[in-house]
Ligand binder design. Structure first.
Ligand code: PLP
Length: 386
């Protein structure tokens, strides 16, 4: 096969590979899935009903590339209220999931040899896409002792005239770290000073356990260079519906919509109609789900911390626990593999999230307390046996 060179720079999201291996093992043993980052709850009924109604009403055709005007308006209102800022519907582009916002933003901004700073450990698709589009990925390490918050002073040392974009993610995957208002202010100052764009991945904005959500969009000076990524997958348990959105300056929204015309034409129209219901309908099931995540977080962090050689920070948001496992004396990739093969618990090595994830494991607690309770003693047995 003669493929384009860029294919050698395309990475992946190992969670999907691990899911396949774990599924294959299910014919031999009981497997607890703590690898994949998706809510185990069903999409709330009123949202499913809205999709069925939309199909019956004929929302089965192409729609505008930037998204249905009524959903763009609903997103502007909802996302603006969440962040305490005014958002114009023209600034919103609806995409098939949040991931395309990442890809499109990098496509629109990054040229050969431009540098892009991104958090590491972090969502693996940032590094993959930056390299694939010809940019140079510049990792910034998230330190456990700094609660996995990006260190703004360290960030300032990484920025140079070739830096085009800084990616931030809060609440963060895989660490559960959350940036403070002060962190965000310093990041915004750095971006402004050096004329750099920011891609703020806020997909976990509402999966936050303490305090209120702080968005970098609170600093109006940065609006001209800010792309916010958010979506429906996590908050509304809608991973399979594939609807996300970007919020950005109007001129940039026009560019992203044009990329969308080229790549996907538009986002599924009946899914978009259901998303209006998600934003405007009752919140009971969502609030219950968030309450359940908090219980699970406390349960898994306590359990993991009791395993010899593990220490685990309390995640402030998202639904991942990221324990340091260096104390076990077992390499994290070997440990993740053995926990799955020998004990039927699927989790990910920290290195799936970049080189600075070495020495850690990621457990998604988007699974029931009963299943987490089944997994914990199995992991302990393996570590104690070595
Ligand atoms: N950003 C982060 C940090 C994520 O963890 C994910 C999904 O796991 C996404 C973006 C993309 O989500 P989706 O494309 O399902 O909206």
């Amino acid at each position: 096969m003669r493929l384009a060179d860029r294919m050698s720079r395309l990475g992946t999201e190992t969670a999907f590979d691990c899911l396949c291996r774990a599924k294959a093992l299910e014919c031999k043993m009981d497997v607890v899935h703590l690898e994949i980052g998706e809510p185990d709850f069903d999409t709330p009924k009123h949202i499913r009903e809205a999709a069925k109604k939309a199909i019956d009403e004929g929302y089965t055709h192409y729609g505008p590339s930037a998204g249905l005007p009524e959903l763009r308006a609903a997103v502007a209102k909802y996302a603006g209220a969440l962040r305490g800022v005014h958002i114009n519907p023209d600034q919103v582009v609806i995409t098939p999931g949040g991931k395309p916002v990442m890809a499109f933003a990098i496509m629109a901004l990054v040229e050969e040899d431009d540098e892009v700073i991104y958090p590491n450990p972090g969502f693996p698709i940032y590094e993959s896409l930056i390299g694939y589009m010809g940019g140079t990925p510049v990792p910034i390490r998230l330190h456990e002792e700094h609660d996995f918050r990006l260190d703004a002073e360290e960030l300032a040392t990484k920025v140079n005239p070739r830096t085009k974009l800084i990616v931030i993610n809060s609440p963060q995957n895989p660490t559960g770290g959350v940036l403070t208002r002060e962190d965000l202010r310093l990041i915004a100052d750095t971006a402004l000073k050096h004329n750099v764009w920011i891609l703020a991945d806020e997909i976990y904005a509402e999966i936050l356990y303490e305090g209120r959500f702080e968005s970098i969009s609170q600093f109006p000076e940065i609006h001209e260079r800010l792309i916010i990524l958010d979506g429906f997958s996590k908050t509304f348990a809608m991973t399979g519906w594939r609807v996300g959105y970007g919020i950005m300056p109007v001129q940039m929204a026009e560019k992203l919509a044009r990329i969308q015309t080229n790549m996907n034409s538009c986002t599924s129209t009946f899914s978009q109609r259901a998303c209006i219901e998600a934003l405007t309908g009752p919140r009971t099931e969502i609030d219950q789900m968030l309450g359940e995540f908090k219980k699970r977080r406390d349960f898994i962090v306590k359990g993991l911390s009791e395993i010899p050689g593990f220490r685990c920070k309390l995640p402030q948001g998202a639904f991942y626990a990221f324990p340091n496992v260096e104390g076990t004396g077992i390499d994290c990739e070997v440990l993740a593999r053995r926990i799955l093969d020998e004990k039927g618990v699927a989790c990910l090595a920290g290195t799936c999230f970049g080189k600075y994830g070495d020495g850690f494991l990621r457990f998604s607690y988007a699974n029931s307390v009963e299943n987490i309770a089944k997994a914990l003693p199995r992991i302990r047995e393996l570590v104690e046996k070595k």
